[in-house]
Design a protein around this ligand. Structure first.
Ligand code: ACO
Length: 339
């Protein structure tokens, strides 16, 4: 039995905002943004679009690619840091209704930008232990533009909106030995001591609205960029090393970076990827990067990248790929997958 990704989809708002567009409104410039992050543009949702709307679009694409209906879904797992509603209901339930997945259980995952990596492992676990359930939709979707302080140049230039979805199926292929396929292994981790480095302070029960209080700016994301940067470089480096070491130990054959067709990192900052690559001696071309066009789409960035690779003909059956996530929590993780 293998847990395989059988289809992908993505949705990105049509409104494209360049660095120059931002520079016309706040004290920033294209040169700073590009040199510090690798970002050239981002796509921003319109007023009426919420997390579940982009998720729905990406999910429809994945179902169409596989040629299956939503009724065949057993689980919908949606990772987001910018859900339709905080607390409840989950955005996964909103998608379940809109797409007509009447037979699917649905839930959200809150693991910041690592959400998709967590979601894929969660889907694999749920499918593995169930005799009757065989198909899950794993979505990363963000309308993070609506929880950003657009006057804070240190953060607003970094993010964009979008969604990616993958269809995950329990198949009869082997998951080990010759011809193995699908999700081979996952590393998931967290360091809750980093709670304060990336958070939405308001809107939850820690800092509820108090009667008579005037809130001058709505709840928004706050970040200690330097602290997150240091955590990201360390966790990315360790996750690559540990995934390859674990796979080598379990198969008895040395698996190295050379065996990977692609490393698909969370697209937060091209410099994080370059720093990790330099530490491990990995050529830059091994990393798939589309941050220049989309900026940081948080939990959506890995499934958007997978869809672009897939539809672009850059993934072939049998390719070994490695995903890497890090983000709020702080959380981190990675998946090793045979495509
Ligand atoms: N335009 C122009 N200047 C700017 C901008 C901007 N948009 N933003 C900051 N600056 C200035 C600062 O004011 C500062 O000026 P000063 O030296 O006069 O005080 C200078 O640039 C340097 O600022 P730093 O914050 O030190 O810049 P740094 O090189 O650390 O880069 C960055 C900042 C890009 C945010 C980096 O720290 C980073 O990428 N961190 C990781 C972010 C990340 O990965 N987030 C993941 C989120 S995942 C999730 O779960 C949502």
């Amino acid at each position: 039995m293998a847990i395989e990704i059988i289809a992908t989809g993505k949705a990105v708002p049509s409104k494209r905002v360049t660095n120059d567009d931002l520079a016309a409104k706040i004290d920033t410039n294209d040169e700073w943004i590009r040199s510090h992050t690798g970002i050239g543009a981002r796509h921003i949702a319109d007023e009426d679009t919420a997390c579940s709307d982009l998720a729905l679009e990406a999910s429809k694409q994945a179902l169409a690619m596989a040629g299956v209906t939503a009724l065949s879904l057993d689980f919908i797992i949606l990772a987001s840091a910018s859900p339709d509603y905080y607390g409840c209901p989950s955005s996964a339930c909103v998608v379940q209704e809109k797409i007509g997945a009447k037979n699917a259980a649905a839930m959200d995952i809150s693991a910041g930008c690592t959400g998709f990596v967590y979601g894929l492992e969660t889907a694999a676990g749920l499918l593995s232990i169930s005799k009757s359930r065989k198909r899950a939709l794993v979505i990363g979707s963000e309308v993070i533009s609506k929880i950003i302080d657009w006057n804070d140049r240190s953060i607003c230039v970094l993010f964009g909106d979008g969604a990616g979805a993958v269809l995950v199926e329990k198949t009869g292929s082997p998951s080990e030995g010759p011809g193995k396929r699908g999700l081979l292994r996952t590393i998931l981790g967290a360091d809750g001591a980093g709670e304060k480095f990336l958070l939405t302070r308001r809107g939850g029960t820690r800092n509820p609205w108090k009667a008579g209080e005037t809130v001058t700016i709505p709840p928004h994301l706050e970040m200690d960029g330097r602290a997150v940067y240091n955590f990201a470089v360390k966790s990315v480096t360790e996750t690559i090393n540990n995934l390859l070491a674990e796979e080598s130990a379990s198969t008895g054959a040395t698996v190295t970076v050379d065996d990977l067709a692609w490393i698909v990192p969370h697209q937060a900052n091209a410099r994080i990827v370059q720093a990790a690559g330099k530490r491990l001696g990995i050529p830059e071309e091994k990393f798939f990067l589309n941050i220049e066009e989309y900026a940081n789409t948080s939990a959506a960035s890995i499934p958007i990248a997978l869809d672009e690779l897939n539809r672009g003909g850059k993934l072939h059956r049998g390719d070994l790929i490695l995903t890497l996530g890090f983000g709020a929590g702080l959380t981190y993780g990675g998946n090793l997958i045979v495509w």
